[in-house]
Design a protein around this ligand. Structure first.
Ligand code: AMP
Ligand code: MG
Length: 331
């Protein structure tokens, strides 16, 4: 199969709709990462997403809809979820509702809930409005690899496996959406992201963060899987271990390995400038640059020595979650 990359526009959208309505898949941009979309109502189409990505069969998908889509046709709503939608949507927040069973059971892997997201990216909105169906979409990468934030990244992972990649430029958010369960008395974050616990609590009065306990059946099955990993070896250091990170870097260099460092701007003086991947200075910048830099690392080095940025709280919860999954112990 030949994989076309087309800018979001009339011709590309018509092609995308034809593909989706005949059971195929289309990659599309969002403000977080690129998605691999299929008709959420079709068992076969949803099944092909899992096959193409090599995704485990018990890792549910998020349904993407445009801002005017009839949400109540898909899920049972609750009042505080409406308040969250008004505050944050369209945007990088996925809400997990009780499902009405209107889409293929393969989307939620048989769970009685459904995750729904309304992306704010103009190209994503255009695409979703044009097709006007619920589009099931995980990130458009091979399972466990770093999520794609450009059309080129999607191409690198899925060329020959998808017919069309809609190109909407580089994603500005850079990490996957916050996933928040709204089936209980108050919202509970299942995956951290750009919409923070503090922001959700400020609207809903309260917001929990779910941390799976040993031996318990996880509420967000995808979270148990390894994710976001670059192909190179990785070593991750806490922010107060910059000297140890620099020593580790030097030791790998002496051994003849190609080594790069990944760190925030203020730590970058500890490493040779031409061998440093600079994450910048704010939590939003770290999020926006992380996946692009991880993909550069796997292309350019054998070992990546990463140092956690020092900032904590807010968007950093999501950034550190992704960085640790990509570079941390047990990778
Ligand atoms: P991805 O699209 O690869 O970013 O993964 C979507 C993630 O959303 C999954 O890994 C799950 O953790 C979460 N998710 C999707 N649907 C549900 C659901 N019905 N209940 C709980 N978590 C979900
Ligand atoms: Mg993913």
């Amino acid at each position: 199969m030949r994989t076309k990359i087309l800018p979001v526009g009339e011709r590309a959208l018509r092609k995308a709709k034809r593909i989706l309505l005949s059971g195929g898949v289309v990659a599309f941009p969002t403000e977080t990462v690129y998605g691999l979309g299929a008709d959420a109502r079709s068992d076969e189409a949803v099944g092909s997403i899992y096959r193409i990505k090599g995704r485990p069969q018990d890792n549910p998908l998020i349904v993407h809809v445009h801002a005017g889509f009839d949400l109540e046709s898909l899920v049972y709503d609750v009042p505080y979820a409406k308040a969250l939608r008004e505050a944050f949507l369209p945007g990088p927040l996925t809400l997990v509702y009780r499902s009405r069973g209107a889409v293929s059971p393969a989307v939620s892997c048989g769970l009685d809930t459904l995750a729904v997201r309304v992306p704010s990216h103009a190209g994503a909105q255009q695409f979703l409005r044009f097709v006007d169906i619920p589009v099931a979409a995980p990130s458009a990468n091979r399972s466990k690899h770093v999520s794609p934030v450009t059309a080129r990244h999607v191409y690198e992972d899925l060329a020959g496996r998808v017919p069309l990649i809609l190109d909407g430029g580089a994603c500005t958010g850079g990490i996957e959406s916050t996933v928040c369960d709204v089936t209980g008395e108050y919202p509970v974050i299942l995956r951290q992201g750009l919409i923070t616990q503090e922001q959700i609590a400020s609207v809903a009065g309260r917001c929990g963060v779910y941390l799976p306990k040993e031996g318990e059946k996880v509420r967000s099955p995808g979270m148990k899987y390894k994710h976001y990993a670059p192909a190179c070896k990785t070593k991750l250091f806490p922010p107060d271990a910059l000297a140890q990170a620099a020593a580790c870097f030097a030791e790998y260099e002496r051994s003849g390995a190609r080594v790069l460092a990944l760190c925030e701007h203020t730590a970058s003086a500890a490493f040779p400038p031409e061998k440093t991947l600079d994450l910048g200075g704010t939590a939003e910048e770290f999020a926006a640059k992380l996946y692009t830099l991880l993909r550069q690392a796997e292309d350019r080095c054998d070992v990546l020595v990463a140092v956690e940025p020092a900032l904590r709280g807010g968007v950093m919860d999501g950034v550190l979650n992704r960085l640790r999954k990509a570079c941390g112990e047990g990778k």
